[in-house]
Design a protein around this ligand. Structure first.
Ligand SMILES: Cc1ncc(COP(=O)(O)O)c(C=O)c1O
Length: 386
């Protein structure tokens, strides 16, 4: 019904009027773990909840449509989505991953490699020569994360996925930081796109979930087969809550992004700030690329406070509105110190290699009134300088 409609309309209509038996406007929550067979030879479309659940299917098809895929699966976390795609690889296959990806992704790839499950090379994907050298190693999968967590580094999705395709490697992009509303990796050439639904897709910090979407039938079937086989599929209630959250994504993203742009501007001019990382900065060196692959800068930003780990800690402890928490993408503003929070799972050398300094502070900008947000920063900056 929403084919050929705008993303905004598709999102707002996600799951609406999907139950002809009752005519309910909101998507129904189906909790049954199992379904009755018509007779011993005939089972219906639904059989067992781990394999397929009606509420989960509504969320899957909504996200598949938004990302421009053919099919996909809802799983129980963003990490489950990342681990699920490793099932497409054989032992010893090489995966190329960004050196500055989310700390949990870095930890998963590192430990799967230590197990002998896959091989991994972490590469600065913003360095064209390094990407070329990595492709010469004949990887079977190239993992992309852009903007990256926590440094908001932007890499060229079309260029990297094309280079992967040429050597027969699968490309997969973690699109968590922008949502399909601001970036569509499948249209840019990737084979798969995944999300931590925990973040912008659900948007209310009350669900942990993930999804993976592909545009090739064979890949979709393999992903769904493994999700069922390994028991990774998401819970119906989580899918129902996520659908509820998804429906306000355009409004949330517009307000949070506008706040983030203003906060980035405020920080850029501040004498206690060394450097601001935000894709929407007017003098961003990759402005051209950002314009080509993103339809907006998003609402995540980070900055280096002048000083050290202790200065950052003092600043964080002086805040009243921003909550000190590790997640992102909810309606409320969250703040964290990656070196000791979100990226603590990375070895200190790996963090250093990725440029994640101890004085780096990451912000997920929420929907609060912008003057309250900048006022909170102003108070804490003045206490920190004492
Ligand atoms: C970019 C990115 N990808 C994946 C994940 C993992 O998602 P989850 O916490 O839902 O497992 C996170 C979590 O912060 C993330 O920031």
């Amino acid at each position: 019904m929403t084919k050929n409609k705008s993303d905004q309309t598709r999102i707002v209509r996600a799951g609406i009027g999907m139950d002809p038996s009752t005519g309910s406007v909101a998507a129904p929550l189906h909790t049954s773990s199992t379904y009755i067979w018509q007779d011993i030879e005939t089972k219906g479309d639904f059989d067992y909840g781990r394999t397929k659940n009606p509420t989960r299917e509504i969320l899957t098809s909504s996200l598949v449509e938004l990302e421009g895929g053919l099919g996909g699966e809802i799983v129980n976390s963003g990490m489950a989505a990342i681990d699920l795609c490793l099932n497409l690889l054989k032992a010893d296959d090489l995966i190329i991953a960004p050196h500055d990806c989310y700390g949990g992704t870095h930890r998963l790839f590192t430990h799967r490699a230590l197990q002998g499950r896959v091989r991994v090379e972490f590469v600065d994907q913003g360095d064209t020569a390094a990407v070329k050298a990595a492709m010469a190693l004949k990887p079977k999968m190239v993992f992309i994360e852009t903007p990256s967590n926590p440094l908001m580094r932007i890499v060229d999705i079309a260029m990297i996925s094309e280079a992967a395709r040429k050597i027969g490697a699968l490309s997969v992009c973690d699109n968590t930081f922008l949502s399909p509303l601001r970036q569509k990796p499948l249209e840019l050439g990737c084979d798969m796109v995944l999300h931590s639904n925990t973040k912008y897709i659900n948007g209310h910090s009350d669900v942990v979930g993930g999804c993976i979407i592909a545009k090739d039938q064979d890949i979709v079937e393999q992903l769904r087969w493994w999700a069922n086989c390994a028991g990774l599929t998401g819970a119906p209630f989580d899918a129902w809550l996520t659908l509820r959250g998804l429906r306000t994504l355009p409004a949330r993203m517009d307000i949070q992004e506008a706040n983030a742009a203003l906060l980035a501007e405020y920080l850029t001019g501040h004498d206690q700030v060394d450097r601001v990382y935000y894709p929407g900065l007017s003098n961003h060196p990759q402005a051209e690329l950002i314009k080509r692959q993103q339809s907006g800068p998003g609402a995540m930003l980070s900055f280096e406070i002048k000083g050290d780990l202790q200065t950052a800690k003092t600043f964080l402890s002086g805040l009243e509105i921003f909550s000190l928490a590790a997640s992102l993408g909810g309606t409320e503003s969250l703040i964290c110190q990656p070196a000791i929070m979100t990226h603590a799972g990375m070895a200190p050398e790996a963090r250093q290699n990725a440029g994640i300094k101890d004085n780096l502070i990451r912000i997920s900008v929420g929907m609060e009134q912008i003057n309250d947000l900048t006022g909170d920063f102003e108070n804490s900056f003045s206490q920190t300088s004492k």
